[in-house]
Ligand binder design. Structure first.
Ligand code: IMP
Length: 199
């Protein structure tokens, strides 16, 4: 079975391709020669944004698609930046500018607890939408640790680990991550619904 990813984020693509069993063929918009696949993420929830991205692609190709929308929710910041994790430091920030802003806002704060949440929207061949969620709790570290420069990974340490996501390999991160939890539910759904045969 083929599934097309409604994202052009290379970090997400790498993680997702590592997570989905090889009997599913995961294609990207680039594989279909769709350039600059961008959808404005102006929804109030992860679910709305995931649906918006998946639907925009489904309407173009009428094939099964998945989209992932992720947020980071920090307790001492009243759950900000939350759904707006991308445009936290400015309108078009680098990952590093976002991390710096978070470290600055949390300076001196004792409670550094936070969680990542991912909502995956799958639109099947018939156009029906399905949702899968993954959440992981942890702490925002005092400084950046690790070399994996993806979003907030270098400043997020999951509860059950002594490393930040930034200090992990993609495979290690995929043992714990919000994205892995959501995608594992998606893969189980496909298996339970016999959608793993080539069709
Ligand atoms: P998106 O809306 O799902 O594209 O994600 C919004 C922002 O969250 C991204 O620009 C990244 O900064 C951050 N982000 C998404 N997924 C992850 C992750 O797995 N680790 C760290 N940061 C992430």
């Amino acid at each position: 079975m083929k599934v097309v990813l409604a994202t052009s984020n290379k970090d997400k693509i790498k993680e997702i391709k590592n997570l989905i069993p090889k009997n599913y063929q995961i294609l990207t918009t680039k594989d279909l020669n769709i350039d600059n696949f961008e959808v404005e993420e102006d929804g109030e929830t992860l679910k709305e944004n995931a649906y918006k991205k998946a639907k925009a692609l489904y309407d173009r190709i009428k094939e099964p698609v998945i989209a992932d929308d992720t947020g980071i929710f920090v307790k001492s910041l009243d759950n900000r930046p939350g759904v707006r994790a991308h445009r936290y430091a400015s309108n078009n920030p680098t990952y590093k500018e976002n991390r710096n802003k978070m470290l600055e806002e949390l300076r001196g704060k004792e409670d550094r607890s936070a969680y990542f949440c991912t909502c995956v929207c799958y639109i099947d061949k018939a156009g029906k939408d399905h949702y899968f969620e993954g959440k992981i709790y942890g702490q925002i570290t005092e400084k950046e640790l690790g070399a994996y420069d993806f979003g907030y990974d270098q400043i997020f340490k999951p509860e059950s680990s002594d490393k930040t996501f930034g200090q992990m390999t993609v495979d290690e991160k995929n043992h714990y991550s919000h994205r892995a939890l959501a995608l594992n539910k998606f893969v189980n759904y496909l298996k339970e619904n016999d959608e793993d045969i080539d069709n």
